[in-house]
Design a binder for this molecule. Sequence first.
Ligand SMILES: *Cc1c(COP(=O)(O)O)cnc(C)c1O
Length: 383
Amino acid sequence: MFQSSSIEISRSALKQNIHFIKNYLNDGVKLSSVVKGNAYGHGIEEYVPIAEEAGIEHFSVFSADEALRVKRICHPSTSVMIMGYIDNPELDWAVENDVEFYVFEKDRLEAAVVAAKKKHKKARIHIEVETGMNRTGFDASGLKEAMKYLKENEEFISFEGLCTHFAGAESIANYVRVQNQIKKFNRLRRTIETAGMRPKRYHTACSAAAITYPKTQMDMVRVGILQYGFWPTRETFVQYVHKNGMPGEQLKRILSWKSKIMNVKAIKTGEFIGYGTTFLAQTDKVIATVPIGYAQGFSRSLSNVGRVLLHGKRVAVIGLVNMNIMMIDVTTIEGVNKGDEVVIIGEQGELEISVASFSELSAQVNYETLTRLPMSIPRMIVD
Ligand SMILES: *Cc1c(COP(=O)(O)O)cnc(C)c1O
């Protein structure tokens, strides 16, 4: 293996999660699979085909480059939607390839019409409205203008969706803010309908909103984190259980991250291990090096704190995490050899290192830990 570690993606876990989500959704709600951030670190190229096997026909991404990657490998009839960044010159490409995209400002709206005229094809747009997140989205007066412009340019535009995003549906602390957003969205929806405009779909919900505020599911949900086997927060899980009871079929983690022992050596009492003086061997030690460091996404803040699995046991990271190497204390484990499997995230024997525990130790949220896994680590599909 050329690479010092690899990431395994479980096909059966992924299918089970999609089944779980589809089962939960209200009847007729379309499930858009959110694969931004390299499919939350799982790998777009690996994730998309399996999601399609599980019945997904719609993917959401952040930017044009991600849309391109999905388009290269997805089924020709599968839809791809850009929720964030696309530069005006790339709109030609989007229109030509039926890629849907968010519009939240007049400039992109006008550019979409220009691209549609050039390509003799309708631009497929989702109008994003501002409801309280205060990030992107038309406010009420901007929406009014946009609707007028849409009407005048009907032959160049397919009005695919009206949408918004909630500012923290995963925490009950934001309950009032989210409720206000729902009300505001519904008001804007009525305004455009009164003006005789109707998109193909209304969509607002991410994973947490779909669970905690089921009425936000509307015609389509944009689900990211749940598909990968994680509850957005513990609170969201509690909300779920409160309403539905314990799930019979659990969400399953899809991803594991593994490496191998690179070298084993004995260290005498009184020696410092690694850079500097953060770890002093107070007894004779046996240490093993693992070819993973912060360049591979193993945070330096896990120095002297992190844990990995080896021979079915939990083992401590000692000394500072280097750019490409970390040391682990294998003094109490018999017969450790070069090439032995080391699990950074995932299961070995009876034990598991979850992304959550890994994230807590390194002060990251699951979303961040996952999306920071470098693209260069090879992803392998296992059953
Ligand atoms: C990331 C994102 C989602 C999905 O969020 P999850 O919490 O992972 O389900 C939905 N909508 C928008 C606009 C997003 O940016």
